[in-house]
Write a protein that binds this ligand. Sequence first.
Ligand code: GAR
Length: 203
Amino acid sequence: MTEKKARIAVLVSGGGTNLQALIDAQGSVIRHGEIVLVIANKAEAYALTRAENANIETAVVLKKDCGSQLAFEDRIIDLLTAHNIDLIVLAGFMAILSEHFTSKYPKRIINVHPALIPSFCGKGYYGLYVHEAALAYGVKVTGATVHFVNEIPDGGEIILQKAVSVRANDTPESLQKRVMQQAEWKILPKAVELVSKSIIKES
Ligand code: GAR
């Protein structure tokens, strides 16, 4: 008998290296979940190609086609509902989701953030900006955080964190790469498995 798996949707905007880490972890680290849908808010996101290469269904939802934030979120909700999604993973998804969206999925949305929350997080802290801020501050340790998503940007309960050392000669780009390799790509699949397992247990 095939064991039931949590149905996962991954929301992306860019290169999708975190999506790739999730795809690669299916069947090994991720045993209680399966990625069944990838939604991008950018038509040119390379993450879409990664999903297609793995035979995962994709959809593109552009805010400009929806007319408003509410309609944008409703379009995504419709897709999630149509695919019976249990768990939503934000993996480099560079759009804010309002309470209208987050309140529908308590403890069912997780996000990976490229810093140790509560440092360098919240509005304006995304992508390379996070690493620029960490270097400008002069921290010697940074890292990544996977957390549940609620109505406060980067404010939901922390699931996993991993620290990464900053080097004297780091640039934002070199730091971003090391944080991804040493932290994000490791803790995101682990967190997805933890949450998928608990979803299956409670169902
Ligand atoms: C990752 O570093 C991710 O943590 C970050 O954007 C990058 C996306 O890379 N996300 C945020 O800053 C969200 N606040 P990827 O598309 O290669 O996974």
